[in-house]
Design a protein around this ligand. Sequence first.
Ligand code: PLP
Length: 223
Amino acid sequence: MSDIAGNILSLKSQLPAHVTLIAVSKGRSLPEILDAHNAGQEDFGENRVQELSDKRSALPDTIRWHLIGHLQTNKVKYAAPFVFMIHSVDSLKLLRVIDGEALKNSRIIRCLLQLHIAREETKFGFSMDEVRIMMESGEIESMHNIQLNGIMGMATFTDDEAVVRGEFRYLRECFSEIRTRYQKGNPDCNVISAGMSGEYNIAIEEGSSMVRIGTGIFGERNK
Ligand SMILES: *Cc1c(COP(=O)(O)O)cnc(C)c1O
């Protein structure tokens, strides 16, 4: 068995049943992705639309493609025909564009709101106040071609476990508030996408239901 297949199987046996594994395949070759797919992995994540659509056209359509990186509004149209879930929705404007492009494709696109939880300035995402304003406007309810499935967050890149844990815990509190105050009638709002190779166990302990793992499956990325 290849290392990649072995990593997939061992992760799947470790993860609790309610946690979905996203194999992050950015920068990986088609044979590497096929290797993971042949080991039973169906969900793959990419952070660039161009790479996503190139790989999608070259690989089996049994793969579910997740977009996990920052998305510009002018790129939405390239992903809209096939993307399974967009984890990185970070503005109302982007959500409107996704809704419009999904309609053109007669699709409903699953979306997660990305929340800014890290200390770093550079990470994209809504603040919880911005989410509240958007939710209170009621506009999401009028978007019929998106399905709001939950939220996504990225923790600060640090070895300080307490910082990372605190950020994931805050993400879960935000999720609870969104669900109970704004999405009560939406049973599909049930995803917290959080945790990467270095900290997925902490994320799961703090309530993550979807982990995004790259190096833990495919090895270190080449520079
Ligand atoms: C690259 C990436 C990951 C995976 O990171 P690893 O450390 O390789 O597991 C997860 N989420 C996002 C948004 C990424 O860009």
